[in-house]
Design a protein around this ligand. Sequence first.
Ligand SMILES: *Cc1c(COP(=O)(O)O)cnc(C)c1O
Length: 391
Amino acid sequence: MRKSTKAIHSGGLEHSIYGEVSVPIFQSSTFAFPSAADGAARFSGKQPGYIYTRLNNPTVNALEEGVAALEGGFAGVATATGMAAVSSVYISFLSRGDHVVATNCVYGSSRVILESELSRYGVETTFVDSSELSNIEKAMRPETRMIFLETPMNPNMKITDLAGAAEIAKKSGALLAVDNTFASPYLQRPIEFGADIVINSLTKFINGHTDVIGGMIVVKTEELYNRVKKIVSLFGTTMDPHQAWLILRGLRTLPLRIEKSQENAMKLAKFLKSHPKVTWVSYPGLPDHPQHELAKQQMDGFGSMISFGVQNGLEGGITVMNSVRLITLAVSLGGIESLIEHPASMTHASIAPEERREAGIVDELVRFSVGCEDFEDLRDDLNEALNAITD
Ligand SMILES: *Cc1c(COP(=O)(O)O)cnc(C)c1O
């Protein structure tokens, strides 16, 4: 199956009950055993079948199969939130004395856990600009257990070479974990480039309707799967069946939404480039993006996230936030509606200004998650908001 077919058909029930076409919601916390012997056989793993929803649930399993098929992994484990996926990956594989090399633009909470929480358990992290492979290489130590990447990077839209990073990880016996939320498996499949673990915040593109939170871990091998599955079941970061059903519904239209929103994004990136109040545009689809060629190699499309700079720095960014009317001023991304935010005064305000600048999060940067509206309406709204910036 090709990827749109997979999004629509992967992840179903083994046996339908009434010939239903959509996967039902199995809203049951526990499952009855036909006999004591069956119960014993299920617990020992000798008999397939359900036991208890924290361990397995048919609706949740359907979503796991669907996303794992798109990512091209061995299997997936669904979690309550994207952060539950990130933290479960950390807990599954990191122990006292281990070292992590992470992208310096990694998602805020993913960074805070490494910096302030895992450090309490003796895990050390070095943050690097991973868009230069030599920075990863230089940070590697004998005790480096994991490379943790995000590409495209948030919010500067730089790209990390996945195949190159996988080679460094392999040489050092480290695991390569990639947070694939910004691209989604429709545009980028890190396992094809050698990643061991892929995380998605399903809250974003995969659900796509800005109404549900969820996460997914997809892994390359059975051994990795068994480890992650055990930790998620034990720590209880499991997804709920109703949540899984809603997200499965979103997954079915992922290809349509991405195609429409990235077509809009390409047109808007070009429009922004020509606007007098815009100082720079970072979108991997523009030929002048420093890693345009790399993006072409490892992505099937350039996605629908754009960052750009506006005149008058912090003040200019705030003016745009207060002047958009159709585009919603909100954090998050990947929904059918366009969202805009200003990292320096919002998502990344808690990071020290020097650290922000080091990570390329300058004061004038605006992050734009392009939705599926008509291009002309988005263009007109942006144009008016930009023109509100005083010269
Ligand atoms: C949103 C996001 C997360 C966290 O996901 P939640 O579903 O909000 O817990 C992790 N990584 C990236 C890149 C994200 O955008």
